[in-house]
Design a protein around this ligand. Sequence first.
Ligand code: SAM
Ligand code: SF4
Length: 332
Amino acid sequence: MNQLFDKHGRTINYLRLAITDRCNLRCQYCMPEAGNKFVERKQLLTFKEMYRITRVLSELGVNKVRLTGGEPFVRHDFMNFLEMLSFNENLDEINITTNGVLLPKYLEEIEKLQKIKSINLSLDTLKSDRFETITRQDSFSKVMESFNFLKSSKKIKLKLNFVVQSDVNTDEIINFIELTKNENIAVRFIEEMPFNGIGQKDFNQLWDFKTILAHIQGHYSDINPIESTKSSTSVNYQIPTYKGTFGIIPAFTRTICNDCNRIRITSTGMFKNCLFDEGVFSVRDFLRNGANDQDLKELFINTVHHKPENGFVAEQNRNNLNISESMSNIGG
Ligand code: SAM
Ligand code: SF4
């Protein structure tokens, strides 16, 4: 029985947990070339702490977890943690968001874990030189290896995360939709947000939800909207006869907040009710000060109750109104 409700009538059953703040890429839209100020290791949640937090949340009704970062696979022993988490019988799904660079060597092992139903692979281009410009690393072939394996996996659903970047990769939007012609993959176009460690950029053209959709409609005479789950982060479509689907995530224009079912915990253990809040409390410090599971449960129930109505309200409530944290610290 779910016990996590907010005062706007929403039920929370989905946790996004950041495994680390570190990453082996330096995507331009996520962090500066020199990287972020990565925290000392002892400030990161340990895997035991992550396991305990997830267990307690799952006893309150969370049945779906997404593991993200930073790059989850750069943290030593991540595979053991994945296995450990798979034994939590309250969880129906454990999904992962990854840049795919270190994934190839773990893919076969991951396929054997029943609860891993989908992997979101971040891929913003199919051109190797452009990949290097965007990520500032020469790892395109590794990511393509992961892509090729996942697209033929019978068990793991492949979703591609494509951040739509003005003047950088908008000319590839249609190429990515064409990937769904013969493959059952879900491409998701994400509005770029100023979570890049620097702050808002000046764009020549704002590629928001409407612009992205209009661009696609300019290429296809027929696009079918698809019924999605109520709490889906993307608005989804399909080109008739195509095997896969595509979706647009209004991450920045925030038109999907009404049905939000998510909470986040950052790699340092900050609890976030919303992507746009600054972090509501440190679960890590609470645990390290001796909180028991019942204390944790009460804290989660009370905090979720005050989840802001939407991302705009969360943003207004911030002490620091300048959004400039990196997505790798927040946990994308
Ligand atoms: N390193 C992993 C990866 O890239 O998939 C997981 C963490 S990353 C922060 C999670 C997702 O956030 C990625 O799909 C990435 O493209 C997206 N992301 C990062 N910075 C973003 C930004 N400024 N605006 C929109 N999406 C962003
Ligand atoms: Fe790393 Fe993911 Fe951020 Fe790219 S988007 S720098 S891969 S954390």
